[in-house]
Design a protein. Structure first.
Length: 429
């Protein structure tokens, strides 16, 4: 450890001011003795969220370490307690709060956190862009004393806040039209904070292209020492292009084979796991009471933010489905027992099956429908087919603009516009 540089880093932080912040909806208790772990894709705003948590805490009580700062590159896990002592020396106060930003770049960092934990004197918050922070191995090393939360790019309500829009009920027809306009913008360009604050379309595209490169080269190739980066890029681009669709390693293997690209299925499975680990892409399993079928069936691909697929920003049905998934994913912060699946038989498909415990809480169909007449009969037929098998408590269709409730062939169905559903569910995560 370069003691002089670490001291300089601590002193700079103590004197610094927080930048302007857009309040995030994620609610965690930073004062708990349990470690709070926040995972999310790169550039989703995890560092700024830490600032939000720090704001009400006296600065001298905070030790904040951003491990991507060049002054901290020589730190090892053995230095963690020494850094606490440096903080005490500089501020005359032992820190009550330790915030560790992207510590996974430090070898065996878990041991350093375990050392801090054993002191029983610190409230600890960790961020990371790797789903390995969710792993059972980590929970074991930290004696199970960690709660994991996911932070994604801006939700719709956070996007509105960042855009200076504060909707209040009841909504006039003019306000509803305005909200749909903002919804369209959010769907097409996504909610990455840097993209949201950028007005230029050209700049938005440049930023999003750089994020796609980050996923491939920083999160996969560099992190895991991949020797065939072109293959990692091919797979990542394929997943991004085919979001809200089913993905099969076998089908992708055959596609590569048809292009005379030789690779083993084992390698593809390994790369797929690494890309998923970046928290940039999520894979959703097909619901089945048979575990083997559930694991072997193709999975559906969803992106951490639709901005990654900005080239397809006019494909509203796919964008809507992806953003509904992300809102459901956020709900797992407050309800970790919530499981998300899709459902399919030989004729019908339902976008989302929400399972809690042994029962199915709700099934959701997403459709780009502006009126009741626009809701396709096949969408409702799929809901009824799934209902017959799954026996859910509730059925919901999320639409573009149609709202209503009806009994359809003996089953009660709620129709909710996407913008309204997103605002209604913002307090559920």
């Amino acid at each position: 450890m370069d003691t002089a540089k670490v001291k300089e880093y601590i002193a700079d932080f103590q004197k610094s001011e927080f930048p302007p912040l857009t309040p995030r909806e994620l609610r965690i208790n930073a004062r708990t003795t349990v470690i709070n772990t926040i995972i999310g894709p790169r550039r989703a705003g995890k560092t700024y969220y830490l600032y939000q948590l720090m704001q009400p805490i006296p600065r001298h009580e905070i030790l904040y370490l951003n491990f991507e700062d060049i002054r901290l590159v020589s730190i090892t896990f053995k230095d963690f307690l020494d850094i606490v002592n440096l903080h005490t020396e500089l501020t005359n106060t032992k820190p009550g709060y330790v915030f560790l930003d992207e510590p996974q770049v430090v070898g065996e960092w878990e041991k350093g956190v375990r050392t801090l934990l054993d002191q029983q004197k610190f409230k600890i918050v960790i961020t990371g862009s790797s789903s390995k922070l969710l792993s059972k191995e980590l929970a074991t090393q930290l004696r199970g004393r960690t709660i994991t939360h996911i932070l994604l790019p801006y939700s719709f309500s956070e996007f509105l806040e960042a855009s200076g829009v504060h909707p209040k009920q009841p909504f006039s027809s003019e306000e509803k039209a305005k909200l749909r306009n903002y919804l369209e913008r959010w769907l097409g360009w996504g909610g990455y904070p840097e993209v949201v604050k950028t007005e230029s379309v050209t700049e938005k595209m440049k930023i999003l292209e750089s994020y796609r490169e980050l996923i491939v080269y920083k999160d996969v190739v560099e992190r895991y020492g991949i020797k065939t980066p072109f293959l990692a890029k091919l797979l990542t681009e394929h997943l991004i292009s085919n979001f809200s669709k089913e993905f099969s390693v076998n089908a992708f293997f055959n596609l590569l084979k048809s292009r005379n690209i030789r690779v083993s299925k084992k390698t593809l499975y390994a790369y797929l796991s690494l890309i998923e680990d970046s928290v940039a892409i999520f894979l959703v399993e097909k619901y089945s009471p048979k575990l083997k079928e559930q694991k072997l069936s193709p999975k559906k691909v969803y992106l951490c933010d639709t901005g990654l697929a900005y080239r397809q920003r006019h494909e509203k049905p796919k964008l809507m489905e992806n953003m509904v998934f992300l809102q459901l994913k956020r709900m797992q912060n407050l309800n970790p027992g919530l499981e998300i699946f899709y459902w399919k038989n030989h004729q019908h498909e339902v976008d989302f099956v929400l399972k809690e415990g042994q029962g199915i809480r709700k099934i959701i169909q997403v459709t780009y429908a502006d009126s009741r007449e626009d809701v396709q009969k096949r969408e409702l037929a799929s809901l009824l087919a799934a209902t017959k098998e799954l026996k859910p408590r509730k059925l919901e269709v999320i639409t573009w603009n149609y709202e209503g409730e009806e009994v359809y062939k003996g089953k009660g169905i709620t129709f909710t516009p996407l913008w309204k559903w997103l605002l209604q569910t913002k307090h559920q995560h």
